[in-house]
Ligand binder design. Structure first.
Ligand SMILES: O=C(O)C(=O)C[C@H](O)[C@H](O)CO
Length: 296
């Protein structure tokens, strides 16, 4: 059984390089989190669907190499695996998706392994899964209900993607999910748009008021503010020469959850995750740049 079980959509990645070529890799936020946690030595499983196509087969091989259990990933004949492109400009990275109608977007509550969710220590999902399709959204809420019924901690990153749904929809649905959530892992830009608040301390208080016990609010290059309900502690950013921040938030989340699962120390988990996520921005791609335990 997996200690951490993640639900959402994996994607193949094509990342634009300075010479105009595309570097092939992998993404999909919950898969990135699963791999980041597995590289810290945690038993991790993924719940998803991929197409019976070269992209889906590559992802299955990736999880096997990374030690992420794909026992609950269905390979669906006749359906497709989503892909995305990463482009870079002076403002940072931008995603272009080719994922409409993907196998993962057609996941329903019937695909859920209730027993594996009930026996995990922690369940992780994100706002991307909520925005991809209404059936994946319903499945995610159903999985969260199963987790809560069985005292499995629920962790969630609202991961706002307005290419998938409107800000208004995202706001209402992610706030609903937050009310069932133990650990919230929002990024500052997303949280500002979703809450309408500016100040990190106010955002953290907003999520605590919704019932969240632990909030780790990532601040990009400025580090992270973390709170277990009492004081807010801010850990400054680690200075690095960043090339590509794709997946840095997912890297933070995987490292944070893995280290929190190990000893329950949120401050230590946030410190490790903060430096690991900074390191991950020094290379291209959401997955290749995730550090291993021994490299931190
Ligand atoms: O945007 C998405 O849906 C992705 O999952 C692609 C990236 O891997 C992810 O956003 C990085 O956080």
């Amino acid at each position: 059984m997996s200690a951490l079980i993640c639900l959402g959509e994996p994607l193949c990645e094509l990342n634009a390089q300075p010479d105009g070529s595309f570097r092939a890799g992998f993404g999909g936020d919950v898969s990135n989190v699963a791999i980041a946690a597995a590289r810290q030595g945690v038993d991790v499983g993924l719940i998803s669907r991929v197409g019976d196509d070269p992209f889906g087969r590559d992802l299955c091989q990736l999880w096997q190499r990374e030690g992420v259990s794909a026992d609950h990933v269905k390979v669906v004949p006749g359906q497709e695996t989503g892909i995305y492109f990463v482009f870079h400009d002076a403002e940072g990275h931008h995603f272009v998706y080719r994922r409409k109608g993907s196998a993962a977007s057609q996941m329903t509550a019937d695909d859920l392994p209730d027993d594996a969710i009930a026996k995990a220590r922690m369940f992780y999902s994100s706002g991307i899964g909520l925005g991809v399709s209404s059936c994946l959204r319903d499945a995610t809420f159903q999985a969260v209900a199963t987790a809560r019924k069985n005292n499995v901690a629920v962790a969630f990153d609202p991961n706002l993607r307005t290419a998938l749904w409107s800000l208004e929809q995202a706001r209402s649905v992610t706030h609903d999910l937050m009310q069932c959530c133990d650990i919230a892992l929002p990024g500052l830009d997303d949280a500002r748009q979703l809450t309408g608040l500016h100040n990190p301390e106010d955002i953290i208080a907003f999520y605590h008021d919704l019932g969240v016990k632990i909030v780790a609010l990532t601040l990009g290059a400025d580090g992270v503010s973390v709170s277990g309900g009492d004081d807010v502690v801010t850990i400054p950013g680690t200075p690095v020469q960043a090339k590509d921040a794709t997946g840095a938030g997912d890297c933070f989340n995987g490292l944070f959850l893995a280290n929190y699962l190990r000893d329950g120390d949120i401050l230590n988990a946030a410190k490790i995750a903060n430096s690991g996520a900074a390191l991950s921005t020094t290379g291209y791609g959401a997955v290749d740049s995730i550090p291993f335990n021994h490299t931190l």
